[in-house]
Design a binder for this molecule. Structure first.
Ligand SMILES: [Zn+2]
Length: 342
């Protein structure tokens, strides 16, 4: 298998160009996964190591326990091209052009390479119908497999919640098959209201569009002062408030049922709860989007129920709390087994 990857990787064409930043954004408006955020690279890789990085990343996927369908990738890799551009702007987008099968990488932020490779892997010609979910899953996988810093923080936070309350298998099935209804129906089964679940999916994508507008404004203006006076900003805050409320209801209902199930591992469930408390308290908040924090101890009753029913002592609680900080959601590789049943 490794030989196969190498031969495909060698088919990669690297093109080094030097262009100005604005021309690219104009020639790629449709059908491409364009990033509004890219991370600056901390490893200082050169363009010559991209083939090695591709091979290493595919091996990481193959050696992990995460279910990623690579069939399509091996076909795409035969003709995949990478255009490496020097734009002088570390915030400039890297992106994957699906139609041309080309990854455009900004030389000033090549850290997005693995994220773009995942877009290649998941590009099977079908449309998921949610850029929000596509970016969230892609970035969470990229960060868990490759230990890269998170971008799309809000999207990633939401995918962490979905991966916990629906199970990572459903999330991976959704992206592998490009079938959003797997998540919508999963949510509706927790709180049987298909309409609400469909609205959540629509609002997530609406949030993504507004969030992109905010990032574009930041790239253009260098600050958010003007954007914060727009209706789009007010709408973005309202949409996030609404989504947080709805996601909390699904999450609470999930745990109300979960803690009463027979044969659960109470420590695993506690770790799930504590990790999601952090997601709701920290990752869904953004200093640039000032939404009000709920002044409550979300999941208090469920945490108490679990601790009282199973006699969890403070020491165990503290250990679970520490483990919750390093919990992974899609890739089960951090030495704990609690996620592997999903
Ligand atoms: Zn992306």
């Amino acid at each position: 298998m490794k030989v196969r990857i190498t031969s495909f990787a060698l088919a990669l064409v690297l093109i080094l160009t030097s262009t100005t930043g604005c021309s690219l954004s104009k020639k790629n408006n449709n059908g491409n996964i364009k990033e509004s955020i890219s991370v600056s690279d901390t490893k200082n890789d050169t363009e010559l190591s991209l083939q090695d990085r591709m091979i290493a990343f595919i091996e990481l996927i193959q050696n992990s326990d995460v279910d990623i369908d690579l069939t399509n990738f091996f076909e795409k890799a035969k003709t995949l091209q990478i255009v490496y551009e020097k734009t002088g702007d570390q915030y400039y987008n890297s992106y994957y052009d699906m139609d041309q099968n080309v990854i455009f990488i900004n030389i000033d932020s090549p850290g997005a390479f693995e994220h773009e490779l995942l877009h290649v892997i998941f590009n099977n010609g079908l449309d998921l119908g949610s850029v929000f979910i596509e970016e969230g899953i892609t970035e969470l996988l990229s960060s868990e497999l490759n230990n890269t810093p998170n971008t799309y923080r809000y999207n990633v936070g939401v995918v962490k919640i979905l991966a916990t309350i629906l199970g990572r298998d459903k999330v991976m099935e959704c992206i592998n098959k490009k079938d959003l209804s797997i998540l919508t129906e999963g949510l509706a089964s927790i709180k049987p209201a298909v309409k609400d679940a469909e609205e959540v999916m629509q609002y997530l994508d609406f949030e993504h569009k507004l969030n992109q507008q905010m990032h574009q404004a930041f790239f253009k203006e260098g600050n958010l002062d003007k954007f914060k006076e727009t209706e789009e900003y007010v709408t973005l805050k309202n949409v996030r408030n609404d989504l947080t409320t709805r996601l909390k209801i699904y999450t609470k209902n999930y745990f109300i049922n979960k803690v009463r199930e027979e044969g659960i591992n109470p420590e695993e469930v506690l770790i799930e709860m504590l990790s999601l408390l952090d997601v709701f308290e920290i990752e869904l908040f953004d200093p640039d989007v000032e939404i009000e924090r709920a002044n409550d101890f979300f999941l208090r009753d469920e945490v108490s129920y679990l601790m009282n029913t199973y006699g969890i002592d403070e020491e165990t609680y503290n250990r679970c709390y520490e483990l919750s900080k390093s919990r992974t959601y899609l890739v089960g590789s951090n030495g704990t087994s609690f996620d592997k049943s999903k």
